[in-house]
Write a protein that binds this ligand. Sequence first.
Ligand SMILES: NC(=O)C1=CN([C@@H]2O[C@H](COP(=O)(O)OP(=O)(O)OC[C@H]3O[C@@H](n4cnc5c(N)ncnc54)[C@H](OP(=O)(O)O)[C@@H]3O)[C@@H](O)[C@H]2O)C=CC1
Ligand SMILES: O=C(O)CCC(=O)C(=O)O
Ligand SMILES: [Mg+2]
Length: 743
Amino acid sequence: MSKPTIIYTLTDEAPFLATQAFLPIIRTFTAPAGIDVTTSDISVAARILGQFPESLTEAQRVPDNLAELGKLTLLPDTNIIKLPNISASVHQLISAIKELQARGYKIPDYPEDPKTDEEKAIRARYSKCLGSAVNPVLREGNSDRRAPKAVKEYARKNPHSMGKWSMASRTHVAHMKHGDFYHGEKSMTLDKARDVKMELVGKSGKTTVLKPKVSLLAGEIIDSMYMSKKALLAFYEEQMEDARETGVMFSLHVKATMMKVSHPIVFGHAVRVFYKEAFEKHGKLFDELGVNVNNGMVDLYTKIESLPSTKKEEIIRDLHACHEHRPELAMVDSAKGITNLHAPNDVIVDASMPAMIRIGGKMWGADGKPKDTKAVIPESTFARIYQEIINFCKTNGNFDPVTMGTVPNVGLMAQQAEEYGSHDKTFEVTEDGVANIVDLATGEVLLSQNVEAGDIWRMCQVKDAPIRDWVKLAVTRARNSGMPALFWLDPYRPHEAEMIKKVQTYLKDHDTQGLDIQIMSQVRAMRYTLERVIRGLDTISVTGNILRDYLTDLFPIMELGTSAKMLSIVPLMAGGGMYETGAGGSAPKHVKQLVEENHLRWDSLGEFLALAVSLEDLGLKTKNAQAKILAKTLDTATGKLLDNNKNPSPKTGQLDNRGSQFYLAMYWAQELAAQTDDKALQAKFAPLADALTRDEQKIVDELKAVQGQPADIGGYYLVDAEKCEAVMRPSATLNAALKSVAA
Ligand SMILES: NC(=O)C1=CN([C@@H]2O[C@H](COP(=O)(O)OP(=O)(O)OC[C@H]3O[C@@H](n4cnc5c(N)ncnc54)[C@H](OP(=O)(O)O)[C@@H]3O)[C@@H](O)[C@H]2O)C=CC1
Ligand SMILES: O=C(O)CCC(=O)C(=O)O
Ligand SMILES: [Mg+2]
C-alpha cells in the first residue's frame, strides 16, 4: 500500500502566501506519522502555463495539475486540502498573462477579438482559465459547511462588530418581476438516458445548433430558461431612475465568476444603460476599439488610452456628464474612484450582500461615507432571500453574535449541479426564434422557449446520483447534530418542483424517525430560520448550489464576522475527501497590505480546521493511529488558539498570519507532548514544545520586527519562491526549531 498522502493545493493571493509559512509546519508534524503532504499547483498562473506547453522551454513547462487532481477526486483514497483560488475575470487573466510574459514565458497574447482559427484556438485554451475554472472540476461531492462548536463559542465570547439596522433604512433589493430566468423556466426529469442538442430555430428559418451534444442520464433534471434583454434593459432604466429620484445609491451584485457567461452580459447591459448617452454618441468608436464593457468600465478606460488625448478627454467628459442624471454609484474603492461598475468580479454577490447587511445595510459612497443603497440583483430566483433578511433586520435590528443560533449548510454541488454548471450551455441569442432542447435520436423537442435576439438562454442540469447523495448527507447531518434540517425549495419554480419530488422519494430511503425535516420555499425558509436564529436556535439549511454559495457566506459573516472560520467538507462521492478551507475567497486586499506593510491579515483558521478533518479521515481509512492523534491534538490546539485570541489582527504591527501559525505550532507541539497514547510522538514533539514555549517571545518579536515596511515577493500571479519564503518565514528561531524535529 502506498504511503498515506494528503494533497495540499497551491493557489493564489493571500491563501497562497499563508501556505508558504504553513506547509513547513504541517510537514514537521505529519512526517513522523509517515504521512506525505504533496502539493498541486492550481494557481491561475500554473493553469495558464499548463495550457501552452509548446510555447515554453522544457524547464518552464507545467503539467495540467487541475485535470490530474480532477481525476484523483474519482478515487476512493484521495485526500485533498483545497484552498481558495482566483476565479479570474478577463482583466485578471490578461494581467496574469502579461506578468508571465515579462518573466520570460513566451505564451501568446489573449485574443480579445479572435478572427483566425489560430486565434480562436488560443482563446479557447485561455477560456479554460477564466472564471470559476477550478472548483467545479474538483467538486465531485456535495458540500457540508458549518461553524465548529469551538469557533461558534469563540464568536459568542468575542463578538465582532455589527452595524446598526434602523427602520428608517432605505436599503433594499431590486430584482426583475418578469422576463428573468425565474419567470419562464421549464424543467423535466429524464425518463431515460438521452443525448440532446441545443438549437435555435430562427424566425428567418435558419436553424443554428448551439450545443451539438449533451449526454444526459436517466433521472437527471434539466431546465431551460432565458432572460429577456428587453426586460432587463427596462428594469435597469427603471431602477436607476428610481434610485436617482429617491436619493439612494445604486449597486449591482452578480456572480460573474461562477456564472461566467451570463453574468458578464448582465453586467455589461447595466454599464451601457448607465452611460447610455455616452454609448449613443461614441458607440461606433467603442466598437472599433473593441471595447467590451461586459468586462467592466476598466475595459473602456484601458482601450481609450490609445486615442489622441483630445478625443479621450471628450469621452471622459461625456462619461462624467452621464453621472449628472444617474444615481450615485456604490464604490469598491472610493479613494481611487473605483465604482461598482468598474469590473464584474469586484463585487461578488455571495460576499458583497452579507458585508452590506453586516454593517447595517450600507455601502460606500464616492465621499467614502457609508450610505443606503439599492442592491440590484436582476435575477429574482434567489435575490428575494436578501430582501427577506433586510426586512427582518429592519424590524428586529441587527443580529447579535453573542446570542444568535447557527445555520450550517448542506449544499447540492456535485458534478456541476444546477446553474453553476451551466456556462457551457449558456448562449446569447442572435436572432428572434425558438430555442429548443432536442433529443438527438428521436428528434423530439423536450423543452422549448420563445426567445428574442439578445436574450440569454441556458440549460441547467443536475444528475440523480448527486441528489440522492445530498439527501443522505442532509439526513446524516440532521441526525449527528440534532438540528432541524430545512430544504429550501420553491414548489412554484419548475426546477425545484422536480427536486421536491425526488427529495420526498429519497427521504424514504433513510431512517428519519425523530428528525425534524421540512421543505419550504426560499423566502419562508429564510424567515423561519431567522425567527429561530434570534432565539438562539440552530437550523441546517439544505439547499441547491447557488444558495449553498450565498448562505455559506451570509450566515457565517453574521455569526462569526467572516466565512474564513468555517469547516468546509466535501465528502467525495467516490469515497475520498476534499477539505475546503473556509467558505470565502482569496482576499486580494490582503496581498496589498503584505506588499506595502509586510503584514498578512489572512486568517488560516479554515486551513487548521480542514487539516484536522483531513488527518482524521486519513487515520480512519489507512488505520494510522498516529494520524488520529495528530487530528485530535490539532483540534485541541486550534481551540486553544481561539481561547487565547491568537488570531491574526488586521492591523499592521500586531500579530499576523505568521504569528498565528506559530501559536498553532506551539500549542500543537504542547498537546502532542502532553498526550500519552503514543509515546513515540510524545518523545518526538516534547523538545519542540519546550523550544517553542521557551522562545515564544523571541519568535513573536522576530515576526513583528519585519512589519511596517514593504515586502518583496517578486510577483503577483507568479511569486518568486525564494523571496516569498523569506517573507513568509522571517523567524530564524522558529525555522530552526521546526527543522530540528526532522533531524
Ligand atoms: N473557494 C474558492 O476558491 C473561492 C474563491 N473566490 C475568489 O476569491 C477572490 C476574491 O473574492 P471576494 O468575493 O472578494 O471574497 P473574499 O472572501 O476573498 O474577500 C472578502 C473579504 O472577506 C474577508 N476574508 C475572506 N477570507 C478571509 C480570511 N481567510 N481571513 C481574513 N479575512 C478574510 C476579507 O475581509 P477584510 O479584508 O475586511 O479582512 C476580504 O476582504 C475572487 O477571485 C473569487 O473568485 C471566492 C470565493 C470562494
Ligand atoms: O469558484 C468560485 O469562483 C467561488 C466559489 C464560492 O464562492 C463558493 O463555493 O462559496
Ligand atoms: Mg461563495
